[in-house]
Design a protein around this ligand. Structure first.
Ligand code: MN
Length: 202
């Protein structure tokens, strides 16, 4: 997994690889504006403020997630989670599905892409409170779906994160209010499977 390094002692707010309205109507420009520009930006600001004197200066974001505790771990975890989340989307497509070796691995592990989507949606819908549903690969390349509470990331269990859905209310409340399952179902239209496949092939 690529490491995210600080620049001049600070982590930067990631740049979105698409226009603010590119994911609409699945994720509105308004939601994206708050989620990326306010929520993620606050995690970046908070982590940078906590770095001096912490012993984590100069370490990669991933190393901070693996070694920090308390508020520093929460802010670093949320930056890593959101960087993976926001960089895995593209404009909506009706027939959006993985291809190649990743598609094969999904079929082998879950039976079919439809069965995988069902299992993943269940993981997202049944996660109590705030957190993240993840598709990851283990050391042998086997695919696994996990639920991570709050700011946790699969690298904390030696898994390689491939794809994620944010189930914190801030990810969907402006567009879907309490309808978390509807939001998760819509996200399949905007998953950039080329990005997910590249993470799988790394
Ligand atoms: Mn979020």
């Amino acid at each position: 997994m690529k490491q995210t390094m600080p620049i001049d002692g600070k982590f930067e707010l990631m740049t979105l690889p698409y226009a603010p309205d590119a994911l609409a109507p699945v994720i509105s420009a308004e939601t994206l504006g708050f989620h990326h520009g306010k929520h993620l930006n606050a995690y970046v600001t908070n982590l940078n403020a906590a770095l001096p004197g912490s012993g984590m200066e100069g370490k990669s974001l991933e190393e901070v997630v693996l070694n920090a505790q308390g508020g520093m771990l929460n802010n670093a975890g949320q930056i890593l989670n959101h960087n993976l989340y926001f960089s895995q989307f593209r404009a909506p497509r009706a027939d959006n599905a993985p291809a190649g070796r990743l598609a094969q691995a999904i079929d082998e592990e879950f039976g079919s892409f439809e069965a995988f989507k069902e299992a993943f949606a269940k993981a997202g819908a049944t996660l109590f409170g705030s957190g993240w549903a993840w598709l990851s690969a283990n050391a042998e390349g086997k695919l696994v779906i996990t639920q991570e509470p709050n700011a946790a990331n699969p690298i904390q269990h030696s898994l390689r994160p491939l794809m994620t859905m944010d189930v914190w209310e801030h990810a969907y409340y402006l567009d879907y209010q309490n309808r978390r399952p509807d939001h998760l179902a819509a996200l399949w239209q905007i998953i950039d499977w080329d990005v997910v496949a590249a993470r799988y092939e790394e």
